[in-house]
Design a protein around this ligand. Structure first.
Ligand code: SAH
Ligand code: SF4
Length: 371
């Protein structure tokens, strides 16, 4: 049994089943997530006999690294083998640092995957083009953060001067299509005995699975990003096919519920990929402004990241600026995502989780990923 898959309540149940007191779960979680310890023998405030029984029945399974790349801008990407079998299933996890570590302005964002592939089939997304292989387990989702915190943080207290301050579910997969596992993982991310992240520093990004947006609001209330990409149903049906099931009026109503029923002023970030000549005209910007209306909203424009065989081009920078200007005129806070990790194909929608080449590279003797 891999302990990465158990939130505090789950771990207490496991220990209860072993005839142990609930506070043992708190201690074990602190060892795993605060101190980064995977070896039960090193958990010194736990009795020897219990350590031995834990070692017999449980594991803390760090993922195997299939490949690692570091960009000139500090972005790092790992291809991690998930699961216990060598079935070739791999996911990608990307780390994006901004500012100087330790400084107030520092932000270290880990972009994690929730599925191997994705069933949503968005027309501009290379993960979508692979289809869905399978859901990740909660343990496989948590292991990505544990592994990255470990790889970046060195030894010692993972909470102290932490490298990872924010987690976004913007890697491979649609997180709300793997709801239970994602929820368990988020509970571990937020738990003080787990990673101790604050709610507003964990962002779930969704293509718009309306019923699960409502569940998320009542279950754990993290930050939400909605992948909008089009201001009308005809275009959104084409770009984000799940729109045929949950069209814009239903999606925007769910967004309103998410922001207004949370008891505090919360923004949703609306993601909008800029596709040349497809969704990027001033008329689209005005329609988007009308759609968002008085909702507390931020818009994040994402320059399209091309991949082989993609049917779109990236909008020119001047067009992105003009589009942003239209929104700002309507007092909508609009940012343009800087592309990071371009040289290692670590950008949104480019994650494919496949190791296609196993030559050694110069970085650290790990295999090179070629997209
Ligand atoms: N499935 C979720 C989260 C993963 S995708 C979702 O769709 O929201 C994370 C973000 O990357 C989404 O906003 C998605 O629309 C965007 N994206 C996908 N492919 C892209 C591409 N080729 N270029 C730019 N952004 C892309
Ligand atoms: Fe899936 Fe998100 Fe890609 Fe759409 S954009 S196919 S929902 S990963």
């Amino acid at each position: 049994m891999n302990l990465f898959g158990h939130d505090r309540a789950g771990l207490r149940d496991v220990l209860d089943g072993m005839g142990e007191k609930p506070f043992r779960a708190d201690q074990i979680m602190q060892w795993i997530y605060r101190h980064g310890v995977a070896d039960f023998e090193a958990m010194t405030n736990i009795s020897r006999p219990l350590r031995a029984r834990l070692a017999e029945h449980c594991t803390v399974d760090a993922p195997e690294v299939l490949a690692h790349q570091e960009s000139t801008d500090g972005t790092r990407k790992w291809v991690l083998r998930v699961g216990e079998t060598a079935d070739g299933q791999a996911v990608e996890t990307v780390f994006i640092p901004e500012g100087q570590r330790g400084s107030e302005r520092y932000r270290g964002t880990l972009c994690i995957s929730s599925q191997v592939g994705c069933a949503m089939d968005c027309s501009f997304c290379s993960t979508g083009k692979q289809g869905l292989s399978r859901n990740l387990t909660a343990a496989e989702i948590v292991a990505q953060l544990w592994f990255a915190a470990h790889a970046l943080g060195g030894s010692g207290d993972l909470h102290n001067q932490r490298a990872i301050t924010n987690v976004v579910f913007m890697g491979m997969g649609e997180p709300l299509a793997n709801y239970q596992a994602v929820l368990t993982a988020i509970r571990i991310f937020l738990d003080d005995f787990g990673f101790g992240l604050s709610k507003r520093r964990v962002t779930v990004s969704t293509s718009g699975l309306v019923p699960f947006m409502d569940r998320l609001r009542s279950d754990c209330d993290t930050a939400l990003a909605v992948s909008l990409h089009a201001p009308d149903d005809a275009l959104r049906d084409e770009l984000v096919p799940i729109n045929r099931k949950y069209p814009l009026d239903e999606l925007m109503a769910a967004c309103r519920r998410y922001t207004t029923e949370r008891g505090h002023k919360a923004h949703i970030v609306y993601e909008y990929v800029m596709l040349d000549g497809v969704n990027d005209t001033d008329a689209h910007a005005r329609a988007l402004g009308r759609l968002l209306g008085d909702l507390p909203a931020k818009v994040n424009l994402i320059p399209f990241n091309p991949f082989p065989g993609a049917p779109y081009q990236r909008s020119p920078a001047a067009r992105v600026d003009a589009f942003a200007e239209q929104l700002r005129r309507r007092r909508i806070i609009t940012t343009v995502r800087r592309t990071r990790g371009d040289d290692i194909d670590a950008a949104c929608g480019q994650l494919v989780g496949r190791v296609t080449s196993r030559q050694k590279n110069r970085l650290g003797g790990v295999p090179v990923v070629s997209a």
